[in-house]
Design a protein around this ligand. Structure first.
Ligand code: PGA
Length: 251
């Protein structure tokens, strides 16, 4: 059985004190819920977030990492540093990284492999832009991003990878893919994984949907058979609305 995962991505939001405030509000609400929750905070909040959520259902993720283990790479954070502060997950290849900071499939693949080698689970983000969808290229784009992003990732390691399908045109825009549109791409991604790694692994891998997921649309999206959770930006910033998403993903 695949896990349903509700993951928040705060992007460049929340100071350390706002981080504490958020968890002080969220944790009591979700205390009794049986859910898998991940929250990706800015680097500066990771230590606080991971300490405050110890022994709860919440796991903490970084939003990016460097593509080397250490050395003269000014401004970068190594997965070894993440591991050292008990961070188990890292978002890799978010469309905002691809778009504004030049992350290419090649670098994303380096980071995915390095994270796995270090024992940090990557959440690999993929998704097409609006013009690509309009030109009927969605599946080609997704295929390239999956095959390049997971190049040389072994059958053993893929079990620690989470995939997030996030159509770029739906991120932060309020426009959500319809459940049918999302399901169609999720199924396609699972088929690609099956071709590369076999049916057992394809059946196990969690594929999250991202792009304006919110309390109003979460249930219908999660009802689709190949949508195993969400990666949520805007609606993860406010504890009460995020708790509603967690509740929808709880058993
Ligand atoms: P959004 O962001 O929920 O604000 O659309 C999703 C994401 O970028 O992961």
């Amino acid at each position: 059985m695949r896990k349903t995962i509700i993951a928040g991505n705060w992007k460049m939001n929340k100071t350390v004190s706002e981080t504490k405030q958020f968890f002080n509000e969220l944790l009591p609400i979700i205390k009794e819920m049986n859910a898998n929750v991940i929250i990706a905070t800015p680097f500066t909040s990771l230590v606080t977030a991971s300490e405050i959520t110890k022994n709860t259902i919440v796991k903490i993720a970084a939003q990016n990492m460097g593509n080397r283990l250490n050395g003269a790479y000014t401004g970068e954070i190594s997965p070894l540093m993440l591991k050292d502060i008990n961070i188990d997950y890292v978002i890799i290849g978010h469309s905002e990284r691809r778009e504004y900071y030049g992350d290419t499939d090649f670098h994303i693949n380096e980071k995915v492999k390095l994270a796995l080698q270090t024992g940090v689970s990557p959440i690999l983000c993929i998704g097409e832009k609006l013009e690509e969808r309009e030109e009927n290229k969605t599946k080609d784009v997704v295929k390239t991003q999956i095959l390049e992003g997971l190049k040389d990732v072994s059958k053993e390691d893929i079990k620690n990878v989470i995939i997030a399908y996030e159509p770029v045109w739906a991120i932060g825009t309020g426009k959500t893919a319809t459940p049918e549109m999302a399901q169609d791409v999720h199924r396609y991604i699972r088929d690609l994984i099956e071709e590369k790694y076999g049916k057992e692994i394809a059946d196990e891998i969690s594929i999250l949907y991202g792009g304006s997921m919110k309390p109003e649309n979460v249930v219908e999206l999660l009802n689709e058979s190949d949508i195993d959770g969400g990666l949520i930006g805007g609606a993860s910033l406010e504890a009460k609305s995020f708790a509603k998403l967690i509740e929808a993903g709880a058993k």
